[in-house]
Design a protein around this ligand. Sequence first.
Ligand SMILES: Nc1ncnc2c1ncn2[C@@H]1O[C@H](COP(=O)(O)OP(=O)(O)O)[C@@H](O)[C@H]1O
Ligand SMILES: [Mg+2]
Length: 224
Amino acid sequence: MNTILKTEDLKKSYKIGKMEVPALRGVSLAIERGEFVAIMGPSGCGKSTLLHLLGGLLSPTSGSIIIDGEDISKVSDAKRTDIRRRKIGFVFQRFNLFPTLTAEGNLKLAEKIHSGNGNGNAANRRDVLRLLKLEDKMHHRPLEMSGGEQQRVALARAVINSPAIILADEPTGNLDTENSQIVLDMFRELNEKFGQTIIMITHNPEAAAVCSRTIRMRDGHVVD
Ligand SMILES: Nc1ncnc2c1ncn2[C@@H]1O[C@H](COP(=O)(O)OP(=O)(O)O)[C@@H](O)[C@H]1O
Ligand SMILES: [Mg+2]
C-alpha cells in the first residue's frame, strides 16, 4: 500500500455570524498513489469543502489531513501554502484563466507562482500543451478558444509543475458532452501515463465511470 492522502475524522464548520454551519461531520478516507477517484453526492453535501481541505485552501475545524506523509492540518498557513504549491494542482468548474494572457502565458504564470521565477522550461511547456492537444493554441487567449480548450489549458496549468495530486471540482460542469469527453480523456491519459493521483468531484455518471473508484457523500459524511 502506498497512501498519498489520508484524512482522519475530518470536520469543518463555517461560522456565519454567531452560527456554526457544519459542512463536514467526520470524514476518514485514504487514497493510494495513482488512483483516479470520483467524489459524488447531492449539492451541499460537503464535496467542495472536502476538496478545499485536501488541497490546503481551507483549514479544518478538527481532524487531520496527511499528504505524502506531511500533516497539513497542524502546520502554519505559510507552510500549508508551500505544501500546496509543491504537491497540488487545482482544476475548477470555472476555468479561472487570465483573460489577457495566452495559453503559454497562463502556464508561465503558474510556473512563476510555483518557483518564484518565470523562466520555466519551454520544452516542458510544449510537451504538456502537445499532450493536451493544444499546440496550435499556444499563442491564443482564452476568449479565442472553446470551453473545452480553455478547460484543457486549465488542466495544463494544473499539471505544468508536476504535482503529485490533481484536485478537480466539477471540471466538466460547464462543458457540453463532446468537450466533457475530451477533457475526461485527458484526465485519464495523465493518470495512466504519469500515474498522477486525481480526485475529481462530478455529477456526471459518465465522468465517474472513467475513474477507478467512487466516493459517495451525503450530509457531510462519506456513505460509500
Ligand atoms: N464559505 C462558506 N460559508 C458558509 N457556509 C458554507 C461556505 N461554503 C459552503 N458552505 C455550506 O457548507 C455546506 C457544504 O457546502 P459545499 O462543500 O460547497 O457542498 P457541495 O460542494 O457538495 O455542493 C453547505 O451547506 C454550504 O451552504
Ligand atoms: Mg461544490
